[in-house]
Write a protein that binds this ligand. Structure first.
Ligand SMILES: [Zn+2]
Length: 181
């Protein structure tokens, strides 16, 4: 608005007053929006903190996939190539801030003395039942059909099962393994 007034010396004073009212209102809306955003984030953190504590109190061993979810929310990977994760999934992960929940799991496990066990490799792709690469046709879909044994499975559940098998010392395939610390 200030720039406009400077660049248009022929402005109508009544329009300046109108614009100024709008500017103030807009500023107030932005402040309110920011306040609500901060409040919501704090509320989310509270939920994560409490849920992580419940898990840490209940389980002595907690398996996590060893990757940084924050990097998945980015558009490009470290090498500057397009992140291949489906856009909708990426947006969702940004929204829920899964890395925050993982952070709280580690903090609470430290408190309760539970062990965090990290697994890396093709946790989603290797079908935990037959041990083969499922080679899904549509990676963006939640449900994948294994190209080897034809079973339909939930890719996230499959990843969790793979992590559990590694923790138990019986990985489905050597492409899923414990992270060497
Ligand atoms: Zn299979």
């Amino acid at each position: 608005m200030l720039r406009w007034r400077k660049n248009h010396p022929d402005h109508r004073p009544d329009l300046i007053a109108y614009l100024e009212t709008w500017r103030k209102k807009d500023k107030r809306f932005r402040q309110e929006m920011n306040f609500l955003r901060q409040k919501t984030i704090a509320h989310r953190e509270d939920i994560y903190k409490n849920e992580a504590l419940k898990i840490a109190q209940h389980y002595a061993l907690i398996g996590l996939e060893d990757f940084d979810l924050r990097s998945i929310a980015r558009l490009e990977n470290a090498e500057g190539q397009d992140n291949e994760l489906h856009q909708a999934a990426r947006r969702m992960r940004q929204r829920v801030a899964v890395s925050e929940f993982r952070k709280w799991l580690e903090i609470q496990a430290e408190k309760t003395g539970s062990e965090i066990f990290k697994v890396r490799g093709k946790t989603s792709l290797i079908h935990h039942k037959c041990g083969h690469d499922a080679l899904p046709v549509d990676k963006a879909s939640i449900m994948w059909r294994c190209s080897h044994c034809d079973e339909l499975f939930d890719q996230d559940e499959n990843a969790a099962m793979n992590i559990m098998l590694v923790a138990a010392g019986t990985p489905a395939n050597d492409q899923v393994m414990a992270k060497v610390v």
